[in-house]
Design a protein around this ligand. Structure first.
Ligand SMILES: Cc1cc2nc3c(=O)[nH]c(=O)nc-3n(C[C@H](O)[C@H](O)[C@H](O)COP(=O)(O)O)c2cc1C
Length: 174
């Protein structure tokens, strides 16, 4: 599978089998996260792994949707505002840019290993910080449920809806 085929394979999976993610595949995904680029190479991230039942419940409390309960585990992509790059000219904090890139590394590596993921940001951020004792400077940016899709053909059958190249590409000037 080439890079574009892998990118087209990845999609949001919102129904998982209870089968655990084996440690070899998980390590592969984490290695993909480790090598991600970041502004000034500051790597301002931590990856909180949640598998134990009592912690799964504490996580689901932050994003109480039926579908997410099916996920056997979660990776919470956390960013450290004390380590992220701020552009000197306007002080823009690039934490979210870095977190977005590393999140996609994780999702693509998972898809390569036939693991489903979904990028989840619509969660109760203060509650997640509290439930998992995150220090003040650390922001949980993305929750990634990860696991085997409940049906083997979910990768193929999930619809992809995207704008056309003509709609999104501007030539030379806006
Ligand atoms: C920054 C970001 C936040 C998202 N937050 C959520 C979310 O809270 N809940 C959810 O079900 N999907 C969420 N998604 C998934 C998007 O809905 C999904 O990626 C988009 O519809 C495209 O579908 P695809 O991932 O299957 O290609 C999020 C995606 C991104 C990139």
């Amino acid at each position: 599978m080439n890079a574009l085929e892998l990118m087209k394979k990845r999609c949001s999976i919102r129904n998982y089998a209870s089968t655990p993610v084996d440690s070899e595949k998980l390590n592969y995904v984490l290695e993909a996260a480790r090598v991600a680029p970041s502004a000034v190479n500051y790597q301002p991230w931590y990856f909180l792994l949640i598998k134990e039942e009592k912690n799964r419940e504490k996580l689901i409390e932050c994003y109480p949707r039926e579908w997410i309960k099916t996920a056997p585990m979660f990776i919470v992509v956390c960013g450290d505002h004390n380590q992220s790059w701020k552009r000197p000219a306007d002080k823009k904090d690039h934490l979210d840019v870095d977190a977005g890139i590393v999140t996609e590394h994780i999702c693509l590596a998972a898809a390569e290993k036939d693991l489903g993921t979904c990028i989840v940001c619509h969660f109760d951020m203060p509650l997640l910080k509290k439930n998992f004792n995150l220090p003040e400077s650390i922001e949980p940016v993305v929750i990634i449920p990860i696991g085997h899709p409940a049906e083997t053909n979910l990768f193929e059958k999930t619809p992809r809806k995207r704008k056309t190249i003509e709609e999104i590409v501007k030539q030379e000037t806006f």
